[in-house]
Design a protein around this ligand. Structure first.
Ligand SMILES: Nc1ncnc2c1ncn2[C@@H]1O[C@H](COP(=O)(O)OP(=O)(O)O)[C@@H](O)[C@H]1O
Ligand SMILES: [Mg+2]
Length: 306
């Protein structure tokens, strides 16, 4: 399988508002995404998902670590060297409204993107815009509407059409479904799946909802406070979740308590049912467990995973 993008031991810490506070948004993150495959990145709000996405396409410089794109380390490249690679990456955000100029017409929005990234003749631009709108099932009648007048679902389709206009090799979809209602969500999921099949796109799909992630992903990385705590093919995450946090994400009702121990040791222990059940083992308070392979391709960071 052909690896498109790979994060290797990426760290990105921020200074918090309180004095001396360090926010570990990425704390030793490693994973890879293959051509035509989706990695689902799941975790609660604030755990560092967006930061991972931004570092991956060099919108943000990591403190340390590497990001390999087709084997070349993006972290080592100058901004000028990164720029021509940009057209291979596209990002679809949660809030599509913020990603567009509301006073521009749909047609001109797509035209601008095509102009920027692809050398097409006027006639080809027109054909390509027709082609794009029909692929994402955006009604042709909307082409001359202002972007600001589109509904949430229409905007998301436009966002995807714009991403597709440059044939990216890699798409980051950062909570793309969060502001849409259920019926539209499933349409967008199907659209992303269809795009991936047609273009063999590698996708990083970011969400706080494990059930949503499961629909799209081939592999799932579960993140908690800047760390990947479980990383495995979707089937194993579904059938045999080994980290207590993954178990909780499948059934949020299963966590009904909260203890406040020190911050050192395992990042999850204060919310961990197992830590509680086992009588607060010292090991969990003393040492962050390493992400280890428990069965083929199934990595877990828990002292008590078996
Ligand atoms: N530019 C920044 N400066 C300071 N803190 C930041 C910055 N960007 C993100 N953070 C903090 O890093 C943590 C992770 O943020 P983020 O990656 O947006 O999480 P998620 O996408 O999982 O909700 C949060 O605590 C957030 O407040
Ligand atoms: Mg985010």
């Amino acid at each position: 399988m052909e690896t498109i993008i790979e994060a290797i031991n990426v760290f990105k810490h921020f200074t918090g508002r309180k004095p001396g506070q360090v926010i570990k948004a990425c704390d030793d993150i490693s994973f890879s995404i293959q051509k035509g495959k989706t990695l689902g990145l799941v975790g609660e709000s604030g755990c560092g998902k967006t930061t991972v996405g931004r570092v991956l396409i060099r919108l943000l410089d990591p403190d340390s670590g590497s990001v390999l794109y087709r084997g070349a380390d993006l972290v080592e490249l100058t901004p000028k060297e990164v720029r021509p690679l940009r057209k291979n990456f596209q990002m679809i955000f949660q809030d599509s409204r913020a990603a567009f100029n509301p006073r521009m017409r749909v047609y001109d929005t797509l035209k601008e993107s095509l102009r920027l990234y692809r050398a097409l003749k006027a006639r080809e631009v027109r054909d390509e815009i027709k082609n794009l709108t029909s692929r994402v099932n955006l009604h042709r009648g909307l082409l001359y509407h202002f972007v600001g007048n589109l509904s949430g679902g229409e905007l998301k389709r436009l966002d995807i059409a714009r991403a597709l206009s440059i044939h990216p090799e890699f798409i980051i979809a950062d909570e793309p479904l969060a502001l849409l209602d259920m019926a539209i969500q499933s349409q967008i999921v199907n659209l992303l799946l269809q795009v991936q099949q047609e273009e063999n796109t590698a996708i990083l799909f970011i969400s706080h909802d494990l059930k949503m992630v499961r629909m799209l992903s081939h592999t799932v990385a579960v993140m908690y406070r800047g760390k990947i705590v479980e990383y495995a093919p979707k089937t194993l995450i579904t059938e045999n979740p080994l980290h207590p946090y993954t178990v909780y994400l499948w059934d949020p009702r299963s966590s009904d308590f909260y203890v406040r121990f020190f911050e050192n040791g395992c990042v999850y222990k204060n919310s961990c049912r197992l830590f509680h059940k086992k009588g607060f083992p010292l090991m969990c308070s003393e040492k962050q467990p390493k992400l280890l392979e428990y069965e083929r391709g199934h990595f877990v960071a828990c002292h008590f995973a078996k």
